[in-house]
Ligand binder design. Structure first.
Ligand code: GDP
Length: 194
């Protein structure tokens, strides 16, 4: 069992975060919360890297479609007009495709963030997936307002500044996928590690 301070999570600053000049701001918020950046790199992803990052299983893809269907129902939008179908199993793959295009549209910044409950704390600092719902004070709530209502009309993914792992298992998987066995950089943070 590792020391709880060594929990790691995977974070990627998405194209809109990079293009809005938020690289420093995102890192600042993690460091301010006593989390430690132990690996960091800007890079242009390949199609396959992004394709393998997002799950391909039916359950995950259909969940993406389900979220969209519920937004359309809530606002009374016309699914047939935008997607040509009401079948969430067909809508999910369409959104996944938009997501791949979006993620390849500019360089990304990937990092491993380490610290106590880093997975949950980073999700909390990020805020809800859909920026218009994200609380003020979170990264998404302070710097974005996008929603599926607009994104789906424009046939693109919801732009929400960062990606961060949802569970420690997902974090391990994503860290391996993006950093391989590359070693992280360990150091002692003043006031945190000593
Ligand atoms: P995350 O873990 O918070 O990133 O959220 P998900 O794993 O549920 O979704 C992956 C990504 O798909 C999100 O970060 C958004 O960029 C995008 N996305 C999620 N839901 C929708 C949607 O209903 N419509 C569109 N266009 N994009 C979405």
């Amino acid at each position: 069992m590792k020391n709880p301070k060594e929990e790691q999570t995977y974070v990627m600053i998405k194209p809109d975060g990079v293009r809005k000049g938020l690289v420093g701001e995102v890192i600042r918020r993690f460091e301010q919360r006593d989390l430690k950046i132990v690996a960091l790199e800007m890079f242009q992803p390949t199609h396959d890297q992004i394709d393998n990052h997002y799950p391909k299983n039916e359950e995950w893809v259909t969940r993406l479609g389900e979220k969209t269907v519920s937004t359309y129902e809530k606002y009374g939008y016309d699914l047939i007009a935008d997607f040509g179908t009401t079948d969430r199993a067909k809508i999910g793959p369409e959104i996944r495709k938009w997501l791949l295009d979006y993620m390849k549209s500019a360089p990304l910044v990937k990092m491993i963030v380490q610290g106590l409950h880093s997975v949950d704390v980073v999700r909390k600092l990020a805020g809800e997936t859909l920026p218009y719902k994200a609380a003020v004070g979170t990264i998404r709530g302070d710097f974005s307002i996008d929603s599926p209502a607009l994104a789906n009309k424009e046939k693109r993914a919801v732009m929400n500044i960062i990606h961060c792992s949802e569970t420690p298992e997902e974090a391990n998987h994503e860290i391996k996928h993006w950093f391989g066995d590359n070693t992280t950089y360990d150091y002692k943070r003043f006031g945190v590690d000593e």
